[in-house]
Design a binder for this molecule. Structure first.
Ligand SMILES: [Zn+2]
Length: 174
């Protein structure tokens, strides 16, 4: 019986750029990512690193479930966050693992992605040094009449562009 529970690390594209992935498989850590992340790698160093990691079976590539994708999209609307389809796939894949009761962490340097993940109570490790202390809900405010709106559009009363304003809705457990 395997007593040590494996740690699942879901990786976003910056993890390839910053070479945060080992080149040999680790005993107690599984690296996973989505096809979208791999397709998004732009520089040669990241691509090279990804191909070595794939060849050595350090990373597994999986698509997230449709139900988790839907859940994340719902959260985006709640928070007023706007993240790419690639970022959505990363959070959704992590959510799939969490639902299976796995010890899962997302490795990223994207604050919006981290914000969504934190809201879903998913563990996030930021590749940058800055700590992430709260979940932010975004709203849009008219600079002229000060009214708040949920979506980014022009103010229907003043016809000026709205400004994005963040509000802390809760803190994140360390
Ligand atoms: Zn206005």
């Amino acid at each position: 019986m395997d007593r040590l529970k494996k740690r699942i690390l879901v990786i976003d594209s910056p993890a390839f750029i910053n070479l945060k992935i080992p080149l040999q498989p680790l005993e107690n850590t599984v690296y996973v990512t989505t096809p979208r992340v791999l397709n998004e790698l732009k520089d040669r160093m990241s691509e090279l690193h990804a191909s070595v990691a794939l060849m050595q079976r350090v990373i597994k590539v999986e698509n997230p479930s449709e139900s988790s994708l839907k859940e994340i999209k719902k959260v985006l609307r709640i928070l007023g966050e706007d993240i790419s389809r690639t970022d959505i796939s990363v959070v959704a894949l992590a959510l799939d693992y969490k639902k299976k009761g796995e010890n899962v962490t997302i490795l990223t340097d994207d604050y919006s992605l981290a914000n969504v993940a934190n809201y879903m109570d998913l563990k996030v490790k930021l590749l940058t040094k800055k700590e992430f202390k709260s979940v932010i809900k975004w709203r849009y405010q008219c600079p002229s009449c000060k009214r708040y709106f949920k979506e980014k559009k022009r103010c229907p009363f003043c016809d000026v562009e709205l400004i994005r304003r963040g509000r802390r809705i809760r803190s994140v457990d360390p």
